[in-house]
Write a protein that binds this ligand. Structure first.
Ligand code: ADP
Ligand code: MG
Length: 201
C-alpha cells in the first residue's frame, strides 16, 4: 500500500512537470483566445445558468483565464466567491467579492487573491458550483493539482449537491490521472473543444 502510494506520487510529480511545460509554451494571445472559447461554453452550460452562487478560482497567467467570467457573472446578478488561501493551514477559505478590481490584489506565488480588508467569509455549504483549476485531467474527471491538496481538502466541505466544473486547455487532458483515496474527481470538464460530462463515462 505504501509502495503503491509512492509510485502514484512519482507519477503525479512527473505529469505535473510535463503539463506545466506544455502550458507555459503557449503565448498569452493563445491563452486569451482559448479562455474566451471556454467562457462562451461555460455560459451556455445549463447547470451554470441555474447556479446562483459560484466559486471561481482566480487565474495565474498560464491558466484558463477567469476574469471575464467573473465580471459577466457579477453583471448577471450571480454571487461570486473566490478562494482566500490560508497558506499555513493549507486551506481555501471562500470569500465573497462584489468588484474584481476593488477587492483583488496579486498575492503569494503571483496568485490573485482578495485583499485582507476585503475578506468576506462565505459558508461552503451555500455554494452551488465550484469552477476549479488544475494541471492535468482525464475524461473520468480525475484531477491533478499543484501538489498541495488545497482543493481536495476544500471540496470535502461542500454540500453533496454542489457541482464541480474544471476549466482546462485541451493540452491538459491525458489518458489517465492516477488518483489516491483523498483525491476528489470533478463532475464536468470544459476545454476550448467542448464540455465533458465525466460522471457519464
Ligand atoms: P493535488 O491534488 O494538489 O495534486 P495531492 O492530491 O497529491 O495534490 O495531495 C497533496 C497532499 O495533500 C497529500 O499529501 C495529501 O495527503 C494531502 N491531502 C489531500 N487531501 C487531503 C485531506 N482531505 N485531508 C488531509 N490531507 C489531504
Ligand atoms: Mg489531489
Amino acid at each position: 500500500m505504501l509502495n503503491a502510494n509512492m509510485e502514484i506520487e512519482k507519477q503525479k510529480s512527473s505529469l505535473r512537470k510535463i503539463i506545466l511545460a506544455l502550458r507555459r509554451a503557449q503565448s498569452f494571445r493563445d491563452i486569451e483566445k482559448k479562455s474566451g472559447d471556454i467562457r462562451r461554453k461555460l455560459f451556455t452550460f445549463v447547470p451554470f445558468s441555474q447556479a446562483e452562487t459560484i466559486l471561481f478560482y482566480l487565474a495565474m497567467k498560464d491558466e484558463v483565464q477567469t476574469e471575464k467570467m467573473i465580471e459577466e457573472s457579477l453583471q448577471k446578478g450571480k454571487r461570486v466567491v473566490v478562494p482566500f488561501i490560508d497558506w499555513q493551514r493549507k486551506e481555501i477559505l471562500p470569500s465573497e467579492i462584489k468588484d474584481l478590481t476593488k477587492d483583488i490584489e496579486i498575492g503569494v506565488f503571483k496568485i490573485p487573491q482578495p485583499k485582507n480588508n476585503s475578506y468576506s467569509p462565505f459558508s461552503p455549504v451555500n455554494i452551488d458550483m465550484v469552477i476549479l483549476p488544475g494541471l492535468a485531467f482525464d475524461r473520468k474527471g480525475n484531477r491533478l493539482g499543484f501538489g498541495g491538496g488545497f482543493y481536495d481538502r476544500f471540496l470535502g466541505k461542500l454540500s453533496d449537491r454542489t457541482k464541480l466544473v474544471a476549466l482546462a486547455f485541451e493540452l491538459q487532458l491525458v489518458d489517465n490521472v492516477s488518483s489516491q483515496s483523498h483525491d476528489i474527481a470533478v463532475d464536468h470538464l470544459i476545454t476550448e473543444r467542448g464540455i465533458i460530462n465525466c460522471k457519464k463515462l
